[in-house]
Design a protein around this ligand. Structure first.
Ligand code: SF4
Ligand code: FES
Length: 252
Protein backbone atom coordinates (compact mmCIF):
# COMPACT_ATOMS: atom_id res chain seq x y z
CA UNK A 1 0.00 0.00 0.00
CA UNK A 2 1.03 3.56 -0.64
CA UNK A 3 -0.23 6.20 1.78
CA UNK A 4 0.03 9.89 2.41
CA UNK A 5 0.40 10.61 6.14
CA UNK A 6 -0.21 14.05 7.58
CA UNK A 7 1.29 13.78 11.04
CA UNK A 8 1.28 16.30 13.88
CA UNK A 9 4.91 17.11 14.72
CA UNK A 10 5.63 19.06 17.89
CA UNK A 11 9.11 18.98 19.38
CA UNK A 12 7.95 19.75 22.94
CA UNK A 13 5.20 21.27 25.06
CA UNK A 14 6.25 24.83 24.17
CA UNK A 15 6.56 24.24 20.44
CA UNK A 16 3.60 25.47 18.34
CA UNK A 17 3.51 22.25 16.30
CA UNK A 18 2.41 21.64 12.71
CA UNK A 19 1.20 18.94 10.35
CA UNK A 20 3.98 17.41 8.25
CA UNK A 21 3.26 15.30 5.18
CA UNK A 22 5.04 11.99 4.52
CA UNK A 23 4.61 9.53 1.65
CA UNK A 24 5.05 5.87 2.63
CA UNK A 25 4.93 2.93 0.23
CA UNK A 26 5.42 -0.85 0.47
CA UNK A 27 3.15 -1.03 3.53
CA UNK A 28 1.67 -4.48 4.06
CA UNK A 29 -2.10 -4.50 4.55
CA UNK A 30 -1.47 -7.20 7.20
CA UNK A 31 0.60 -4.87 9.35
CA UNK A 32 -0.88 -3.07 12.32
CA UNK A 33 -1.23 0.70 12.38
CA UNK A 34 1.64 1.04 14.86
CA UNK A 35 3.84 -1.27 12.74
CA UNK A 36 3.13 1.06 9.81
CA UNK A 37 4.39 3.96 11.96
CA UNK A 38 7.42 1.84 12.93
CA UNK A 39 8.23 1.44 9.21
CA UNK A 40 7.89 5.19 8.70
CA UNK A 41 10.18 5.81 11.69
CA UNK A 42 12.86 3.42 10.41
CA UNK A 43 12.87 5.28 7.11
CA UNK A 44 13.01 8.67 8.86
CA UNK A 45 15.97 7.49 10.98
CA UNK A 46 17.76 6.21 7.83
CA UNK A 47 17.30 9.69 6.32
CA UNK A 48 18.69 11.32 9.47
CA UNK A 49 15.31 12.76 10.49
CA UNK A 50 13.69 12.57 13.93
CA UNK A 51 11.24 9.65 14.29
CA UNK A 52 7.61 10.36 15.20
CA UNK A 53 7.06 9.97 18.97
CA UNK A 54 3.98 7.94 19.89
CA UNK A 55 2.88 6.06 23.01
CA UNK A 56 2.49 2.29 23.13
CA UNK A 57 3.24 -0.61 25.43
CA UNK A 58 1.30 -3.88 25.28
CA UNK A 59 0.12 -3.59 21.64
CA UNK A 60 -2.64 -5.99 22.72
CA UNK A 61 -5.40 -3.50 23.53
CA UNK A 62 -5.08 -3.86 27.29
CA UNK A 63 -2.64 -1.27 28.64
CA UNK A 64 -4.28 1.96 27.43
CA UNK A 65 -1.00 3.55 26.36
CA UNK A 66 -1.65 3.96 22.66
CA UNK A 67 -4.05 6.36 21.11
CA UNK A 68 -4.15 9.00 18.43
CA UNK A 69 -6.71 10.75 16.29
CA UNK A 70 -6.85 9.15 12.84
CA UNK A 71 -8.84 11.24 10.38
CA UNK A 72 -10.64 12.86 13.31
CA UNK A 73 -11.58 9.60 15.05
CA UNK A 74 -10.00 8.59 18.36
CA UNK A 75 -8.27 5.22 17.74
CA UNK A 76 -9.33 5.34 14.07
CA UNK A 77 -12.29 4.02 12.11
CA UNK A 78 -12.79 0.53 13.58
CA UNK A 79 -15.27 0.26 16.46
CA UNK A 80 -14.16 -1.30 19.78
CA UNK A 81 -10.51 -1.22 18.70
CA UNK A 82 -7.50 0.50 20.25
CA UNK A 83 -4.97 1.98 17.82
CA UNK A 84 -2.55 -0.87 18.47
CA UNK A 85 -5.15 -3.41 17.35
CA UNK A 86 -6.09 -1.51 14.20
CA UNK A 87 -4.76 -3.04 10.99
CA UNK A 88 -3.88 -1.46 7.68
CA UNK A 89 -6.48 -3.61 5.90
CA UNK A 90 -9.02 -1.10 7.25
CA UNK A 91 -7.55 1.43 4.81
CA UNK A 92 -7.22 1.66 1.02
CA UNK A 93 -4.15 2.03 -1.15
CA UNK A 94 -3.70 5.77 -1.83
CA UNK A 95 -5.50 6.93 1.33
CA UNK A 96 -4.57 10.19 2.99
CA UNK A 97 -4.44 9.82 6.79
CA UNK A 98 -4.32 12.73 9.19
CA UNK A 99 -2.75 11.61 12.47
CA UNK A 100 -2.93 13.87 15.53
CA UNK A 101 -2.52 13.57 19.30
CA UNK A 102 -5.44 13.61 21.75
CA UNK A 103 -6.66 17.22 21.96
CA UNK A 104 -7.62 18.28 25.47
CA UNK A 105 -6.47 21.09 27.75
CA UNK A 106 -6.14 18.44 30.48
CA UNK A 107 -3.81 16.31 28.30
CA UNK A 108 -0.93 18.62 27.25
CA UNK A 109 1.20 17.44 24.34
CA UNK A 110 4.60 16.10 25.42
CA UNK A 111 5.96 15.46 21.93
CA UNK A 112 4.39 14.72 18.51
CA UNK A 113 1.57 12.22 19.28
CA UNK A 114 2.42 11.73 22.97
CA UNK A 115 0.26 13.51 25.54
CA UNK A 116 0.53 13.70 29.31
CA UNK A 117 -2.44 11.79 30.78
CA UNK A 118 -1.40 12.07 34.42
CA UNK A 119 -4.66 13.99 35.06
CA UNK A 120 -6.31 10.54 34.92
CA UNK A 121 -3.92 9.30 37.63
CA UNK A 122 -4.93 12.18 39.89
CA UNK A 123 -8.64 11.39 39.40
CA UNK A 124 -7.88 7.79 40.43
CA UNK A 125 -5.85 9.01 43.42
CA UNK A 126 -8.91 10.98 44.56
CA UNK A 127 -11.08 7.91 45.01
CA UNK A 128 -10.39 4.99 42.73
CA UNK A 129 -9.51 2.64 45.54
CA UNK A 130 -10.86 1.02 48.72
CA UNK A 131 -9.00 2.49 51.67
CA UNK A 132 -9.21 -0.41 54.12
CA UNK A 133 -6.33 -2.82 54.28
CA UNK A 134 -7.72 -6.15 53.14
CA UNK A 135 -4.61 -8.21 53.90
CA UNK A 136 -3.84 -11.32 51.89
CA UNK A 137 -6.21 -12.50 49.18
CA UNK A 138 -9.29 -13.88 50.96
CA UNK A 139 -11.17 -17.03 50.07
CA UNK A 140 -13.00 -16.20 46.83
CA UNK A 141 -16.46 -17.02 48.12
CA UNK A 142 -16.17 -15.12 51.39
CA UNK A 143 -18.21 -12.20 50.00
CA UNK A 144 -21.23 -13.40 48.07
CA UNK A 145 -21.55 -11.18 44.97
CA UNK A 146 -24.66 -11.36 42.81
CA UNK A 147 -23.90 -12.45 39.24
CA UNK A 148 -25.30 -9.21 37.74
CA UNK A 149 -23.11 -7.14 40.07
CA UNK A 150 -20.01 -9.17 39.26
CA UNK A 151 -20.75 -8.81 35.54
CA UNK A 152 -21.31 -5.04 35.91
CA UNK A 153 -18.06 -4.63 37.86
CA UNK A 154 -16.21 -6.54 35.18
CA UNK A 155 -17.72 -4.43 32.37
CA UNK A 156 -16.62 -1.21 34.13
CA UNK A 157 -13.20 -2.63 34.96
CA UNK A 158 -12.59 -3.15 31.23
CA UNK A 159 -11.71 0.58 30.95
CA UNK A 160 -8.01 0.76 30.02
CA UNK A 161 -7.64 4.49 30.74
CA UNK A 162 -6.65 5.34 27.19
CA UNK A 163 -8.29 8.79 27.12
CA UNK A 164 -10.12 8.37 23.80
CA UNK A 165 -13.39 9.38 25.49
CA UNK A 166 -11.88 12.74 26.48
CA UNK A 167 -10.26 13.26 23.09
CA UNK A 168 -13.48 12.67 21.13
CA UNK A 169 -15.80 14.61 23.44
CA UNK A 170 -16.54 18.14 22.14
CA UNK A 171 -16.40 19.26 25.80
CA UNK A 172 -13.22 17.34 26.67
CA UNK A 173 -15.19 15.63 29.44
CA UNK A 174 -13.75 12.72 31.42
CA UNK A 175 -17.06 11.38 32.73
CA UNK A 176 -16.89 8.04 30.93
CA UNK A 177 -13.48 7.19 32.38
CA UNK A 178 -14.32 8.46 35.87
CA UNK A 179 -17.70 6.78 35.98
CA UNK A 180 -16.22 3.46 34.86
CA UNK A 181 -13.60 3.59 37.63
CA UNK A 182 -16.15 4.61 40.28
CA UNK A 183 -18.73 2.15 38.92
CA UNK A 184 -16.32 -0.76 39.09
CA UNK A 185 -15.81 -0.34 42.84
CA UNK A 186 -19.42 0.73 43.44
CA UNK A 187 -20.69 -2.55 41.98
CA UNK A 188 -18.96 -4.69 44.60
CA UNK A 189 -19.79 -5.12 48.30
CA UNK A 190 -16.32 -3.94 49.39
CA UNK A 191 -16.87 -0.64 47.57
CA UNK A 192 -20.17 0.37 49.17
CA UNK A 193 -18.92 2.07 52.34
CA UNK A 194 -16.98 4.73 50.45
CA UNK A 195 -19.32 4.96 47.45
CA UNK A 196 -20.83 8.40 48.31
CA UNK A 197 -17.53 10.08 49.24
CA UNK A 198 -15.81 8.42 46.28
CA UNK A 199 -18.34 9.97 43.89
CA UNK A 200 -17.79 13.44 45.36
CA UNK A 201 -13.99 13.17 45.48
CA UNK A 202 -13.60 11.82 41.96
CA UNK A 203 -16.04 14.29 40.37
CA UNK A 204 -14.37 17.21 42.13
CA UNK A 205 -10.90 15.95 41.10
CA UNK A 206 -12.11 15.73 37.52
CA UNK A 207 -13.29 19.34 37.67
CA UNK A 208 -9.98 20.47 39.24
CA UNK A 209 -8.06 18.92 36.34
CA UNK A 210 -9.88 21.11 33.81
CA UNK A 211 -11.92 18.42 32.08
CA UNK A 212 -15.21 19.67 30.59
CA UNK A 213 -18.74 18.65 31.49
CA UNK A 214 -20.83 15.91 29.91
CA UNK A 215 -23.60 17.13 27.58
CA UNK A 216 -24.70 13.66 26.48
CA UNK A 217 -23.11 13.80 23.01
CA UNK A 218 -22.21 10.12 23.52
CA UNK A 219 -19.10 10.52 21.35
CA UNK A 220 -17.16 8.93 24.22
CA UNK A 221 -19.18 5.72 24.06
CA UNK A 222 -18.86 5.63 20.25
CA UNK A 223 -15.04 5.61 20.30
CA UNK A 224 -14.36 3.68 23.51
CA UNK A 225 -12.29 0.62 22.54
CA UNK A 226 -13.75 -1.32 25.46
CA UNK A 227 -17.42 -0.48 24.88
CA UNK A 228 -17.94 1.29 28.22
CA UNK A 229 -21.58 2.39 28.37
CA UNK A 230 -22.74 5.93 29.17
CA UNK A 231 -25.10 4.26 31.67
CA UNK A 232 -22.11 4.46 34.06
CA UNK A 233 -22.18 8.26 33.74
CA UNK A 234 -25.85 8.35 34.79
CA UNK A 235 -25.00 6.15 37.76
CA UNK A 236 -22.09 8.37 38.86
CA UNK A 237 -24.33 11.46 38.51
CA UNK A 238 -26.95 9.82 40.74
CA UNK A 239 -24.33 8.85 43.34
CA UNK A 240 -22.84 12.36 43.25
CA UNK A 241 -26.17 14.20 43.61
CA UNK A 242 -27.36 11.87 46.37
CA UNK A 243 -24.08 12.33 48.25
CA UNK A 244 -24.20 16.12 47.95
CA UNK A 245 -27.87 16.20 49.02
CA UNK A 246 -26.99 14.28 52.17
CA UNK A 247 -24.03 16.53 53.02
CA UNK A 248 -21.18 14.18 52.06
CA UNK A 249 -17.95 16.13 51.72
CA UNK A 250 -15.21 15.43 49.22
CA UNK A 251 -12.23 16.01 51.50
CA UNK A 252 -9.04 14.79 49.87
S1 SF4 B 1 -13.82 4.83 29.12
FE1 SF4 B 1 -13.13 3.82 27.21
S2 SF4 B 1 -12.28 5.50 25.97
FE2 SF4 B 1 -12.39 6.24 28.10
S3 SF4 B 1 -10.41 5.82 29.03
FE3 SF4 B 1 -11.73 4.03 29.48
S4 SF4 B 1 -11.34 2.60 27.78
FE4 SF4 B 1 -10.53 4.58 27.10
S1 FES C 1 -0.48 -0.37 23.28
FE1 FES C 1 -1.53 -1.19 25.01
S2 FES C 1 -3.61 -0.76 24.56
FE2 FES C 1 -2.59 -0.17 22.76
Amino acid sequence: MKLTLRIWRQSGPRDKGRLVEYEVDDISSHSSFLEMLDVLNERLIERGEAPVAFDHDCREGICGSCGMMINGMAHGPQALTATCQLHMREFQDGDVLQIEPWRSAAFPVVKDLVVNRSAFDRVIEAGGYISVSTGAAPEANLFPVAKENADAAFDAAACIGCGACVAQCPNGAAQLFTSAKAGHLGSLPQGQTERPSRAVRMVEAMEDEGFGYCSNYRECEAVCPKGISVDWIARLNRDFLKAKATGVRGDR
